[in-house]
Design a protein around this ligand. Structure first.
Ligand code: ADP
Ligand code: MG
Length: 250
C-alpha cells in the first residue's frame, strides 16, 4: 500500500512546490513509483518545477468529480522513469466537493503508487484540509525567517488536528552565515516549530536556474541542493542518513 505525504507551510514562498518536485523526483530515482499532485488550485505551478508545463491536460478535480479515471488523468514525466504528475485545476475547488470522492481518489492512488506527494496550498484553508485528512504523513517546510517559523508552528497544530501523527520538518534556504549572524541554530528553529527534523536544504541558486531552464532540479547539471533532497527522500523511505556538514558558501 502506498503512502500519501502532504507538503505544507504556514507562509507562502517557503519552497513547498520546489520540495514536492525535488523529493518526488528523488523517490522516483530511488526506484519508487511516485505520483506528485498539485493541490494548489488557481495558483498551480508544480508543472513548472517538473519541467512539464505542456503535459497536464486533466486535473485532480476531473478525477474527484468522476469525469476521468485516475489512470487517464496523470502524465508521466518524460525524463524521470517512475515519476507521474497530476495537475490542479486553474479555477477554485468548488465548496461542495464530496470528501468521500477525495478519499476514494487517494485510496486508488495508494494502490497504484508507492508514494504520492501533495503540494498543498499555503495556509490552512479547504485545500489544506483535503490534503491532510487523507495523508499518512506530512512534511512542513519553513525557512529561518520568523514569519515562516511562526506560520509553521501554527500549521503543525492544524496538521495534528487533522489527524497527522507522522509529521516532519524540512528547513529550506539554509544559509549558515545568516544563521550565525542572527545567532540562530537549526535546533532553535526545531524548538520554535516543535516538529522533528527531516532535513536541511541550502539556499541554492541552481533552484532558480533549473526552473528557468525548464528542467527538474535533480537532472540539472549543477545540482547542489539535489543531493540534500536525495538525503531527505532516503529518510522518508526509512533509511538512516546523517545530516551533512555544510559544504555551501555563506
Ligand atoms: P511555495 O510553493 O512554498 O510558494 P516555491 O517552491 O514556489 O514556494 O519557492 C518560492 C521561490 O523560492 C521560488 O522562486 C523558488 O525558486 C525559490 N526557492 C525555493 N527553494 C529554494 C532554495 N533552496 N534555494 C534558492 N531558491 C529557492
Ligand atoms: Mg507553491
Amino acid at each position: 500500500m502506498g503512502k500519501v505525504i502532504a507538503v505544507s507551510s504556514g507562509k507562502g514562498g517557503t519552497g513547498k512546490t520546489t520540495a514536492v518536485a525535488a523529493l518526488s523526483s528523488c523517490l522516483a530515482v530511488l526506484g519508487y513509483k511516485t505520483l506528485c499532485i498539485d493541490f494548489d488550485a488557481e495558483m498551480r505551478n508544480l508543472d513548472l518545477a517538473l519541467g512539464m508545463t505542456d503535459f497536464a491536460v486533466m486535473d485532480f478535480m476531473d478525477v474527484v468529480s468522476g469525469r476521468v479515471k485516475l489512470l487517464d488523468a496523470y502524465s508521466k514525466a518524460p525524463k524521470i522513469p517512475n515519476l507521474s504528475f497530476l495537475s490542479a485545476p486553474a479555477t477554485p475547488v468548488p465548496g461542495d466537493v464530496d470528501p468521500k470522492a477525495v478519499k476514494s481518489m487517494f485510496n486508488e492512488i495508494r494502490t497504484n503508487f508507492d508514494y504520492c506527494l501533495v503540494d498543498s496550498p499555503s495556509g490552512i484553508g479547504p485545500g489544506f484540509r483535503f490534503a491532510h485528512s487523507n495523508a499518512d504523513m506530512a512534511i512542513l517546510i519553513t525557512t529561518g525567517e520568523y514569519a515562516a517559523m511562526r506560520g509553521a508552528n501554527r500549521t503543525a497544530t492544524a496538521m495534528r488536528e487533522a489527524g497527522i501523527t507522522n509529521l516532519r520538518l524540512l528547513i529550506n534556504r539554509v544559509l549558515p552565515g545568516n544563521f550565525r549572524r542572527i545567532e540562530t541554530t537549526v535546533d532553535d528553529i526545531i524548538d520554535m516549530v516543535g516538529v522533528q527534523l527531516l532535513g536541511l536544504i541550502p539556499e541554492d541558486r541552481y533552484v532558480f536556474q533549473a526552473l528557468h531552464a525548464n528542467t527538474p532540479l535533480v537532472l540539472f547539471k549543477k545540482r547542489h541542493s539535489a543531493y540534500d533532497f536525495l538525503d531527505a527522500a532516503r529518510r522518508i523511505t526509512g533509511e538512516e542518513i546523517p545530516l551533512q556538514q555544510y559544504r555551501y558558501s555563506t
